[in-house]
Design a protein. Structure first.
Length: 112
């Protein structure tokens, strides 16, 4: 990734992580709103070209979390959450259900 792409990618990641609007973030950081939207689009197109498009599921059709019990395993259970094209969370172990529920709620707020 080029220096410019890294710069804008970090700002766009901060917007997602903070759950702040692009306009509010741009004003706070002294950045151009149009540039943020332009780079978001550019990086999104690049990510779509780099990875095959996963099946898209409408948020309304997502089933609620259900309790799961795991038996003790001799080896660590790794977990990968695919959030969006180019966005994956690699976890060393399964997270707590409450954490997953909070993550799901945060993502749903971002989609709206």
């Amino acid at each position: 990734m080029s220096k410019g792409m890294d710069y804008w990618s970090q700002h766009l990641s901060a917007i997602r992580a903070e759950g702040i609007s692009t306009k509010a973030y741009a004003q706070r950081e002294g950045l151009s709103v149009a540039s943020l939207y332009s780079w978001r689009s550019r990086l999104s197109r690049q990510a779509r070209r780099a990875e095959p498009m996963p099946k898209v599921v409408a948020m309304a059709s997502v089933k609620p979390f259900v309790p799961v019990q795991l038996s003790a395993a001799s080896e660590a259970v790794r977990c990968t959450l695919v959030m969006a094209p180019g966005v994956r969370l690699e976890l060393a172990q399964l997270p707590a259900p409450e954490w997953l529920a909070a993550l799901g709620a945060a993502i749903e707020r971002q989609v709206r």
